[in-house]
Ligand binder design. Structure first.
Ligand code: ADP
Ligand code: DP6
Ligand code: CO
Length: 331
């Protein structure tokens, strides 16, 4: 094997993924719904995979163990197996750094598993093309399948039992539309329940889970059309609907899954108030307390300044559409 390094950017779902297909073996990680995302500038993971005497994983300069390391090593095994090499996988040293908060609802698993999959594939001389690598990244984390491309990306739900058609594809490049995403930070620290466990609980206990799954394809089709037409008002309406429908499904789980804090709702109402005043921002939020606001670049600074004044807001970051991932084989 070789040494390789990859950089992948995280993404924000505009139409959300929440839930695994009923028939999905855990190892395939097949989503119950398709999703549509925007890859983000700056927020990224940088991961190196090198041959070593024994397996190790270092995340953000700290040695990782337990489930965090276990997930990474399982993903290395999958990439090795997909590469079709004879013999056992060689031991690897994996070092990754997140240029975004980890496990805080800002999709570190997306950039993390995209970068890991790309670096491992290059290290193991496996080049099946980005679509197949997207399906492979999905097995590490569903949202990671979407970080194989910059710009606007759609993850297909797929129908094949082996998940081979459950992969993302690029809809529009980074330059398609000069939108911005404001990331409004309301709380520090990791989330109480990870996405994988939260999805399982919703599927098992939420009475809204079925309707959530059944209505998702229509949201995807409408969002895709609005995105192609660069119609922010129409897209924004679907973005908010998908977000609140997902959170309603989470909240109706038993025990309830509530990622929001008081400040989360205060920001949501502030965005709606500002919209009535002519600042066109649309909210979304993932498995965490932060609010993300989709807007046009021309209004981003004004909106950010106004949202920084909302009590409970720690910081507002401004990010634009992000690029494709990059991979290099090291000497
Ligand atoms: P998030 O909102 O950050 O995506 P998740 O619960 O979906 O939260 O995933 C967080 C988990 O993803 C971490 O606990 C860790 O297991 C894994 N992860 C995060 N960053 C990386 C990385 N750079 N490389 C490998 N795994 C990572
Ligand atoms: C709320 O991709 O983190 O951010 O596949 O179990 O790793 P696993 O889940 P993950 O889920 C992301 C959920 C979400 C919505 C989204 O990004 O589509
Ligand atoms: Co995640």
């Amino acid at each position: 094997m070789k040494s390789a390094r990859a950089v992948a950017h995280t993404n924000i779902a505009l139409v959300k993924y929440w839930g695994k297909r009923d028939s999905s073996p855990a190892d395939l990680n097949l989503p119950a719904v398709g999703s549509l995302s925007l890859t983000l500038d700056r927020l990224r993971s940088e991961t190196t995979v090198c041959p070593a005497g024994h397996d190790s994983f270092t995340l953000n300069q700290e040695p990782a163990s337990g489930e965090v390391a276990g997930k990474v090593l399982r993903q290395l095994d999958r990439v090795w197996q997909a590469a079709g090499h004879a013999g056992p996988r060689p031991p690897c040293e994996v070092v990754s750094r997140n240029f975004l908060p980890t496990a805080a609802g800002l999709a570190s698993s997306a950039s993390g598993f995209a970068a890991l999959t790309l670096a491992a594939a290059a290290a193991f001389d496996h080049d099946p093309g980005r679509p197949a690598l997207s399906a492979l990244a999905r097995r590490g984390s569903g949202s990671a399948a979407r970080s194989l491309w910059g710009g606007f990306v759609r993850l297909e739900r797929g129908v094949a039992a082996d998940g081979s058609d459950c992969r993302a594809y690029p809809l529009h490049p980074q330059a398609h539309w000069d939108v911005r995403l404001l990331i409004v930070h309301t709380e520090r620290g990791p989330k109480a329940i990870g996405s994988t466990a939260g999805m399982q609980r919703s599927r098992d206990t939420s009475p809204y889970y079925g309707p959530w799954v059944d209505t998702s394809e229509a949201d995807l089709a409408a969002a895709e059309a609005a995105l192609a037409a660069r119609d922010l008002a129409v897209l924004g309406d679907i973005v908010e609907h998908s977000c609140f429908k997902m959170h309603a499904c989470m909240m109706a789980s038993r025990p309830p899954i509530v990622y929001w804090r008081g400040a989360t709702l205060d920001v949501v109402h502030a965005v709606w108030r500002l919209r009535a005043e002519g600042l066109q921002g649309y909210v979304t939020s993932d498995a965490g307390p932060h609010v993300k606001v989709l807007c046009l670049s021309g209004q981003a600074d004004d909106l950010a300044a106004r949202l920084r004044d909302v009590p409970g807001v720690h910081a507002v970051d401004l990010v634009g559409p992000g690029p494709d991932p990059t991979v290099e084989v090291l000497a």
